[in-house]
Write a protein that binds this ligand. Structure first.
Ligand code: G6P
Ligand code: MG
Length: 220
């Protein structure tokens, strides 16, 4: 039976996928490295350092470790400048309702975010108390698409992976959920999330009633 739903944060609950994208674009412009939407899409769900490595694949020269640390810190400064001003209005439409509906259905709720800013964002958005468990990049060692973060969330909730649904907007995140042995709900465009068991256009379309009545094995 379904016992828990594990949500990604950026691009699923909070309207921050665009903010990460804009911060990487600003950094790319600073250092004259090309940056297109496809590169931005590949960075989704990937941790800060992993995202930088993806950006620098298109760089004409190599960067030292010290330079890379400075670049990652600068991107984070650009990002933080924007989320400093965040509040409940920056929740994606329907996000709070989706989480509350899961709780009302008697299921557990966890957050699995690759972002080191996840704790700050939850506070700003005013939803920190809606989660039974929060796992962020500070608590794991392998980034999505590795299953570690979703497995850690299930384990902290005390449920088995096959009793969980994971909700993600990133291809790397869907891969992580599937590798963890969970059912995967994609949020966004079906084309970018082909590995998901079910794709919804936005979190506003999330309906826990439908998810609990459909056997996950019948989705594909
Ligand atoms: C999320 C986002 C990524 C971001 C990562 C790290 O997974 O989808 O775009 O790179 O978090 O975020 P951070 O806030 O730690 O730089
Ligand atoms: Mg995301």
């Amino acid at each position: 039976p379904l016992k828990a739903v594990i949500f990604d944060l950026d691009g699923v609950i909070a309207d921050t996928a665009v903010v990460h994208h804009a911060a990487w674009k600003k950094l790319a412009d600073d250092i004259d490295v090309p940056f297109d939407d496809a590169t931005g899409e590949r960075m989704k769900g990937v941790d800060r350092r992993g995202s930088l490595e993806i950006l620098l694949q298109a760089a004409p020269r190599s960067y030292t470790e010290v330079e890379k640390q400075e670049l990652a810190a600068r991107k984070n400064d650009y990002y933080r400048e924007q989320i400093e001003h965040f509040g409940p209005q920056d929740l994606l439409p329907g996000a709070r309702e989706a989480i509350e509906s899961v709780r009302r259905a008697g299921l557990k709720v966890a957050l699995a975010s690759a972002s080191r800013n996840a704790g700050l964002l939850l506070q700003r958005l005013g939803i920190a108390d809606l989660f039974d468990v929060v796992v962020d990049a500070n608590r794991i060692s392998r980034s999505k698409p590795d299953p570690e973060i979703f497995l850690a969330a299930a384990s902290a909730l005390g449920v088995a992976p096959d009793e969980c649904i994971g909700v993600e907007d990133a291809a790397a995140g869907i891969a992580s959920i599937r590798a963890a042995g969970m059912a995967a709900v994609g949020i966004g465009q079906a084309r970018a999330l082909a590995e998901a068991d079910l794709v919804l256009p936005s979190i506003a379309a999330f309906d826990i009633g439908t998810l609990t009545t459909i056997r996950t094995t019948n989705w594909r």
